[in-house]
Design a binder for this molecule. Structure first.
Ligand SMILES: *Cc1c(COP(=O)(O)O)cnc(C)c1O
Length: 395
């Protein structure tokens, strides 16, 4: 049957009853403020960092050179300057911490530590860097749930996103978690942002049904063919305004409940791709910093692999998509190579590790509709694409 397995995105949950609202997993350490998006939450966290240092006229924020362009939008809308840092190696999504330290200046106000594909940054050592210098450490957990800081409260602020393709899909929204000790000074900054509201009334319910329908294989196949949709394309969208959101609590708790009840898909990949590293591929470690974080296994948004080189990655990506599997190169480029971001930079000009990482990364679907037969097919295609002979035959 004609159809395509979408690359990412879980179904939007039906809202629970008000009575099923519980406590947040981070309740002991953080206060919660809902926002219009993850970008808005990050912008508020940066606004807070800027407000804490009123004497700095040109505040700077450290971010990784490979990552989500929305991070740049959040830094810019808060009047700060992004300072890019390369990855520690071409096979790791982690920031090079010696470069982080060398990139600090008297104007630095914050470090943003994103969990790429849900893989955690080394928050413990970033915390050490931030503490003595009084920098705000922001855990950008838009791609991960629950955030590391819920259990190990290293970050001063944590960002969550409830957009499409994020761990909890509420068709938009985000949250800023602020460490309790910082909350009093943060309140003034946060309440200075306007608040919009959302309801789960009839319009929302109809939108949810339509949205979930479009995730299925045949509708997604059609959507993917429409050129103006540009599904999955990486674009920089500047942010003009930042807003809080009066998100119904029961909606968040429905999202959290559906997240925790979701089947784990990545063990299927682990089983099928056992020998893939012998072909020069590399699995992205979910957690390179400390196994302690990962005693509990949570659903992931995508399964990440590094191909032996760019041509194998590109070949595998094409073959998978031709076979109805939504595989993706993810951002595909380091931030300064994305249209509209040419002017941003770091203390050093180039980012060789990030650039190579971008050229080798392949992400595979990990949502609730991935079936064992899909993973078997994916494993077969990856094996076939890795052999040079097959590539020669195809051209
Ligand atoms: C998606 C994302 C954001 C922005 O979240 P939105 O809700 O889409 O605005 C920020 N940081 C990272 C790492 C993301 O993946």
């Amino acid at each position: 049957m004609i159809g395509k397995l979408r690359p990412v995105g879980n179904r939007v949950p039906a809202p629970l009853r008000k009575s099923s609202v519980g406590v947040f997993p981070w309740q002991r350490h953080f206060a919660t403020e809902f926002t219009e998006s993850g970008t808005d939450a990050l912008a508020m966290a940066i606004a807070l960092a800027v407000a804490r240092s009123p004497r700095i006229s040109e505040p700077e924020v450290i971010i990784p050179a490979y990552g989500c362009p929305d991070i740049v939008a959040a830094v810019l809308v808060s009047g700060a300057k992004p300072v890019l840092v390369d990855l520690v190696a071409s096979t790791s999504f982690l920031m090079d911490q010696s470069q982080v330290i060398r990139s600090l200046s008297a104007n630095t106000v914050a470090i943003v530590a994103p969990a790429l594909l849900g893989c955690s940054e080394r928050l413990d050592s970033l915390y050490d860097i931030c503490r003595d210098r009084k920098l705000l450490l922001i855990e950008d957990s838009a791609q991960r749930f629950p955030p590391v800081s819920a259990d190990y409260p290293w970050a001063d602020a944590v960002v969550l996103s409830f957009g499409r393709g994020k761990p909890i899909n509420l068709m938009g929204g985000g949250a800023l978690l602020i460490r309790n000790e910082c909350y009093d000074e943060a309140r003034q900054v946060i309440t200075s942002f306007p608040q919009s509201s959302t309801t789960t009334g009839l319009v929302w319910r109809i939108k949810r049904i339509a949205f979930n329908f479009l995730l299925a294989r045949f509708p997604y196949f059609v959507l993917d063919k429409l050129p103006f949709m540009n599904i999955g394309g990486t674009r920089f969208r500047p942010r003009e305004s930042v807003k809080r959101l009066d998100l119904p609590r029961e909606l968040f708790f429905s999202g959290m409940a559906s997240f925790f009840h979701r089947p784990l898909i990545y063990p299927l990949y682990e089983r099928q791709l056992q020998d893939i590293e012998q072909l020069g591929w590399r699995k992205l470690a979910f957690n390179e910093s400390d196994d302690e974080f990962e005693r509990v296994q949570y659903p992931r948004i995508r399964y990440g692999l590094l191909a032996p080189n760019q041509s194998v990655r590109d070949r595998a990506e094409r073959a998978l998509n031709e076979s109805g599997i939504g595989a993706s190169r993810f951002y595909g480029k380091i931030l300064p190579e994305i249209e509209g971001l040419e002017a941003i930079s770091g203390r050093k000009g180039s980012f060789p590790a990030g650039r190579e990482f971008a050229s080798r990364l392949l992400t595979l679907p990990c949502h609730e509709d991935v079936r064992p037969a899909d993973v078997e097919l994916i494993a077969k295609i990856l094996h076939d694409s890795s052999s040079p002979k097959d590539g020669a035959d195809r051209r």
